[in-house]
Design a binder for this molecule. Structure first.
Ligand SMILES: Cc1cc2nc3c(=O)[nH]c(=O)nc-3n(C[C@H](O)[C@H](O)[C@H](O)COP(=O)(O)OP(=O)(O)OC[C@H]3O[C@@H](n4cnc5c(N)ncnc54)[C@H](O)[C@@H]3O)c2cc1C
Ligand code: FES
Length: 277
């Protein structure tokens, strides 16, 4: 099977039709899928994403973006990666019906992932719902390669929206949970718990986050008030994933001229550099 190297620029972008290794429902409406693409898995960094297309189907017409969630290793060799996704529309609904052995057309790794400022030893990872998808891969990298202590704050509407609790714990992270209906963890929204933790236990060296815009805005305010750097992963609608369609624009903070593109300038940004309305 050939791999097309679509870019000669600094970042290598690979495309291939790859086999689904496994595909399981982890909670109602949420799926984890393993994809046999070791070449991509070896170079993908936390926060980067792939664009996925269902071959031989016209619906959906366009690729869909998904974060790299985990690297798969078998017998000491990288054999692929996982995505974790929520069914929200026609593309994800069609994907959810696929089975191991079928193939998906995958393009990536794309975008700029999370970065690690010098000297950090303590990080908060804040995920709202499916926003935990890129944060688990980040937690593994922080623990294994950078010796950074992580606290994962995971929020959901209900207990079935709280994903990856055990995985974060296995990665060595302390896990704090909120649900809006009080079915798991503390009642309320996850940003309240972050605020409390910052005020009572002390501020972390950095906050990494992914989730709904309102959550990111609130976190950015908390981080700003306590002078903590905050990196947010932005899930805009994307058509191409590599800077061609101009469909993923974000407004620069502070009235700066021009726009940023979530796919090439991000999807991870310093929260102070973009408008989070
Ligand atoms: C960089 C990046 C990484 C992502 N990583 C993940 C991931 O790991 N797991 C995951 O489940 N999802 C992720 N997403 C979101 C995912 O791409 C969308 O949920 C998916 O494209 C929806 O496709 P669909 O055909 O099922 O829905 P559509 O039929 O296209 O849309 C259904 C509904 O969802 C809304 N919608 C579509 N895309 C988004 C979006 N990006 N944000 C908010 N609402 C949207 C539409 O407006 C519409 O109301 C990511 C998005 C980006 C940009
Ligand atoms: S998704 Fe096409 S330019 Fe960003």
């Amino acid at each position: 099977m050939s791999i097309h190297n679509l870019s000669q620029s600094a970042q290598r972008m690979l495309q291939k039709k790859v086999e689904i290794l496994h595909h399981v429902q982890v909670e109602p409406g949420y799926f984890r899928m393993g994809l046999a693409f070791p070449e991509l898995a070896r170079i993908a960094r936390p926060g980067q994403f792939v664009m996925v297309k269902l071959p031989d189907r016209s619906i959906p017409l366009l690729r869909r973006p998904f974060s790299v969630h985990n690297r798969l290793v078998e017998k000491g060799e990288v054999c692929g990666f996982e995505i974790l996704y929520k069914v929200v529309g026609q593309g994800t609904r069609a994907m959810s019906g696929m089975i191991a052995g079928e193939v998906l057309d995958v393009l990536g790794p794309l975008g700029k992932g999370f970065s690690y400022p010098e000297g950090i030893s303590d990080a908060f990872l804040v995920g709202g719902g499916i926003g935990v998808a890129p944060l688990y891969y980040l937690a593994l990298d922080l623990a294994e390669r950078r010796k950074v202590r992580s606290t994962a704050f995971v929020g959901g509407c209900s207990s079935s929206d709280v994903l990856c609790r055990e995985e974060f714990e296995q990665a060595g992270a302390k896990v704090c949970i909120t649900t809006e209906d009080c079915s798991l963890g503390e009642e309320g929204v996850i940003t309240s718990l972050v605020q409390k933790a910052v005020e009572s236990d002390g501020k972390p060296d950095i906050i990494y986050a992914c989730g709904p815009r309102a959550m990111l805005r609130s976190l950015s305010d908390i981080a700003g008030a306590h002078d903590v750097p905050c990196q947010v992963s932005m899930e805009t609608v994307m058509a191409c994933g590599f800077g061609v369609c101009l469909g993923c624009v974000l407004e620069k903070a502070g009235g700066g001229e021009g726009y940023l593109h979530a796919c090439t300038d991000g999807p991870v940004f310093d929260s102070r550099t973009i408008v989070l309305d």
